[in-house]
Write a protein that binds this ligand. Sequence first.
Ligand code: DHB
Ligand code: FE
Length: 285
Amino acid sequence: MSATTAQIVGFIGTSHVPAIGKAIAQNLQQDAYWKPFFDGYPPVRSWLDKVAPDTIVMFYNDHGLKFFLDKMLTFAVGAAPQYLNTDEGWGIPSLGAFQGHPELSWHIIEQLVADEFDPVTCQEMNVDHAFSIPLALLYPGRMVYPIRVVPICINTVQHPLPTMKRCLALGRSVGRALAAWPEKSRVVVMGTGGLSHQLDGARAGFINREFDQQCLNTLIADPEALQHYSVHDLVSLARTQGVEILNWMAARGAMAGTARQVYRNYHIPISNTASAVQVLEPLRQ
Ligand code: DHB
Ligand code: FE
């Protein structure tokens, strides 16, 4: 990696609960329920100001806006000039449009296919709350965002889901693509969703602080150590929607080598979810 290629300046993992969009629309950031959550983001924004990315590669899951159960991808990469967020029925205003980076998207797709992944390639792609809410938290009040985006969508919704190992490898492949991108660029990789949560059924509302903390600690320097968790282990430990940690795993995989934690906030609960935000910076070896 050199200053003449894409440089990954950091990783952000964050929850993407739709109710956050409603709280933003109603200006509830100082409300007693919301404050401990929203207070987690100014430090992330200060860090973003410092590292000044021009591009965000976002690993997330679609919850039915773009892909429905009748046609379910395992991995999909957006290669559109722009991405729209439209109404999903949560009662939150649409956020965006988000400016794409089709040339970088195709470069990433080329690398993924060369590495024997088989992504769905999307030249048109609506992005749901798992994509828009994190950007609204990072760039509040913006109609135009100062970054271009590459959305990478992972199935965490309909089984069979990809494994932790596979998602880490997907991220590693994206990391190789970025290292070989022949233009100067400053990239933040993001994974959204989680941490432990279950939205319906008998175990709705279940949260596993201990497992979440263990994942956050391990992601910093040794994401490989999380590979042994099967999808069923994840459902058992983090519950049905806690499997969204697959997105964090892929994003962390994109940032090769060890890392240091710049910042973390963990707060229980936001809606049904153990909310977390974590910022990591790569350590050059
Ligand atoms: C909630 C969490 C999610 O990850 C999601 O996609 C939708 C809802 C929640 O806790 O309400
Ligand atoms: Fe979700």
